[in-house]
Design a protein. Sequence first.
Length: 129
Amino acid sequence: MKWYLANLIEYAQIFDKKNKKLLNANYLPYYNNTILIKARNSEEAYKKALKYGKLGERKHLNPYDEIVRWKFAGVEELVEIYGELEDMEEIAYSEGYVRSVDNIKKKIPRKSELGVFSWENEMKKRKQK
C-alpha cells in the first residue's frame, strides 16, 4: 500500500430559506482540504478522494436562517508520497517564480495567520463570549 496526498475543493452556496433564491452567486466561499489516502495505486487513491469529497457535502442553516449548501467541486491535486511518513518528512511541495526576494517574503504570513493558530485564536474568542 502507498500513501497519497489529495487536495479537495468544496464550496458553499447560500440560499434564502423562503424562496430558495441563491444569495451568493458572485461570492462563493471555498475550502481546500488536504487529506492522506492509503491505496494500492493512483486509480484507487483517486476514487477514494472522490468518495471522501462527496461524503463531505452537507446542508445546514446559518445564524441568519439561510440555507448553506456545501458542494464538492473536485480533486485539485493528487500526489504519491514517496518514503515513509515520519516526523519532519516532506510530503508535498509546490514551486513558482517571483521577481524579487521581497515578493517571496510577501507570501509568508505572520504566525498568528497560519491556519492552526488562526483557528485556535478564533476558538479562544468564542469561549470568551
